[in-house]
Design a protein around this ligand. Sequence first.
Ligand SMILES: Nc1ncnc2c1ncn2[C@@H]1O[C@H](COP(=O)(O)OP(=O)(O)O)[C@@H](O)[C@H]1O
Length: 279
Amino acid sequence: MMQSRVRLTKPLARCARAFSAQPSPFDATGDAVDALRNELTKTCDEVVAAGKKLNWVFLGAPGVGKGTYASRVAKQMKIPHVSMGDLVRAEIKGETAIGKEMRALAAAGALVPDETVLEILRLRIEKGKKDGERGFLLDGFPRTVPQAERLNDMVEVTSALNLTLREDILVEKCCGRRECGECGKAFNIAVIRSEKEGEPTIVMPPLNPPEACLGKMTQRADDTEDVVRARLDVYKKATIPVEEYYRNKGLLSEFPIMGGIPETTPMLLKHIIDILRRR
Ligand SMILES: Nc1ncnc2c1ncn2[C@@H]1O[C@H](COP(=O)(O)OP(=O)(O)O)[C@@H](O)[C@H]1O
């Protein structure tokens, strides 16, 4: 969504340097995780060599970390990460005719009309076909059953993955999201530690910015608690039926998020490899 950006004077390079000195936990090396990453790429290559598409949909409520995981996994699968939210934000930022229509809706956490998002997506999928892309990882689409049906008319979805997380944690995580106004990297300042009796322990350390980005943090206008709760309501009403839609087609798998990126990554990689091998 629109960002409450600050005007910055410091050069971009300083921030970028600070980042290269601080590897993201997902990118951290470790023999076991590296082996899984390579195995995922290899498995995807085999799927494509067998003449199949890698047309994946990631489902999950706002704050679940869908975008973070989707972008990294897509890279490993050698398919583009197509984020509907990013496509919508690009239209808004570019002040296109569609963008102007969408601005108020998006700022309130409401969904943009199906016809509008479908048109944006159709153009992106056609471009991918023209460029010979071997699939896509869709994030933030479909969010309603009619969208899922229209997507099904446009292209075959081969897998739907549902990332889940407890609702109170989703709210905290959305409110903790920050982005560096200079280099654009994403962080999360929320400290999650939930140890309720009778429930699984969920621990997610914050993803803090390096010193160079401190003081340059911006927050999405729709990441305030009220708007987050409104987005979660929209999610429950409109998107939970989408899970059912893919479950009925035998395409849905569930992946509960229980920890931070370093703990979740290997489990998620394994989960996706297993699905690819089964199909
Ligand atoms: N599939 C979609 N259908 C309708 N509106 C969408 C869709 N995807 C994104 N949007 C619009 O863009 C906004 C931002 O999307 P996104 O970044 O995916 O949000 P969130 O963090 O709530 O998942 C949404 O609140 C909505 O207004």
